[in-house]
Design a protein around this ligand. Structure first.
Ligand code: PLP
Length: 369
């Protein structure tokens, strides 16, 4: 590793591909011979229109998005969508009811926000810790719900669905903020998908929404206009000034993924990287512990404790200090969970993951009692 170089395992905002940053740097002051930066381009200029159109086209290619789904580039982050989803979709049916599958902090926050607007029902009992996904046959789904909501990857707790829930005719809404473009999914199984950009697809500031067209046009009258999917759709996400630079960076990331073999290549790498970490945890005979059930372990965010079962905090601090000295950064677990969290988004390479795994082996050899 060159001097000053680090390997960034941040849960978000996360590492971007070096090639993307280099390209952005090259074009920073003079985009496409315009003499100005993308930041300085009008969002209605021909150059920006090309950027946003190409970005959408590439996303459609990467995810195989059918024509009856619209793509929106919005603001407000994942948290904005916790409000926008109920505001746009609850009145799709007369009961103003929705089912939420809560498997971690982010889906819990989404359910809490949605309660402001309708009848929200949690289909699985609240667990004392988020370490599993209760069997879908135990879910108590309401056939009259306007939608069923879940979070595909709980970034804090590391709970990731390995399958797409079957909700029959009730539209399925998913928060894919931390695993979009890391595994192949069948878009037609969803009514709506949203994702903040700052983990796998760009920098903070832009939020992707992919929505089936029959679900557009049902916003509650109190819905703020910038969150109204119909208004944004009718204006190609340009009702107001969009986060132009974040959209441009997202476009560069999509090109980077396409050039490397698309989502299938990202998925293969995600399996290789996460397996290397989980295999080490399993082989460590309790030195490293991942508290999650094996059937829902995230490929993106691996929570780890050192010293079973609740972690030896002094040893975990030592791990983080030593890791940082070895230029392996941002490995601290979320404050609500403690321990470590290893985030393995698309921009983290297999080789970089191996550097971390080797460090973990070495740390274990030196500190095992
Ligand atoms: N959903 C998930 C899965 C997340 O990981 C996050 C943030 O990390 C959010 C929602 C909230 O996103 P934002 O901070 O962009 O509002």
């Amino acid at each position: 590793m060159a001097e000053n170089q680090v390997i960034n395992f941040s849960p978000g905002p996360a590492k971007l591909p070096a090639e993307v940053l280099e390209q952005a740097q090259k074009e920073l002051m003079n985009y496409n011979n315009t003499g100005v930066s993308v930041m300085e381009l009008s969002h209605r200029s021909a150059d920006f229109t090309k950027i946003i159109t190409r970005t959408e086209d590439n996303l459609r290619k990467l995810l195989n998005i059918p024509d009856n789904y619209k793509v929106l580039f919005l603001q407000g982050g994942g948290t904005g969508q916790f409000s926008a989803v109920p505001l746009n979709l609850l009145s799709h049916k007369p009961d103003l009811a929705a089912d939420y599958i809560v498997t971690g902090s982010w889906s819990a926050k989404a359910a809490q926000e949605a309660q402001k607007y309708g009848k929200i029902h949690q289909v699985v009992p609240k667990p004392s810790t988020y370490t599993e996904i209760p069997d879908s046959i135990t879910w108590n789904l309401n056939p009259n719900a306007s939608y069923v909501y879940y979070c595909a990857n709980e970034t804090i707790h590391g709970v990731e669905f390995q399958y797409i829930p079957d909700t029959g005719d009730v539209p399925l809404v998913v928060d894919m903020s931390s695993n979009i473009l890391t595994r192949n999914v069948d878009i037609t199984k969803f009514g709506a998908i949203f994702a903040g950009a700052q983990k796998n697809i760009g920098c903070a500031g832009v939020t992707l929404v992919i929505i089936r067209d029959d679900l557009i046009g049902h916003a509650l009258p109190i819905c703020p206009i910038i969150f109204d999917f119909k208004v944004q759709c009718g204006n190609n996400s340009l009702y107001n000034t969009p986060p132009t630079y974040s959209i441009y960076i997202m476009g560069l990331v999509f090109e980077w993924i396409l050039a490397r073999g698309g989502v299938s290549a990202m998925e293969r790498a995600a399996i290789t990287k996460s397996s290397a970490v989980y295999d080490l945890i399993e082989d460590s005979q309790g030195f490293y512990v991942c508290p999650l059930n094996k059937d829902c372990r995230s490929r993106m965010n691996v929570p780890v404790r050192i010293g079973a079962p609740n972690g030896d905090e002094a040893l975990e601090r030592k791990f983080l200090e030593e890791a940082e000295k070895n230029r392996l950064i941002s490995l601290k677990g979320h404050r609500s969970v403690g321990g470590l969290r290893i985030s393995l988004y698309n921009a983290v390479s297999v080789e970089e993951t191996q550097v971390l795994v080797n460090f973990m082996k070495d740390f274990m050899a030196r500190h095992r009692q």
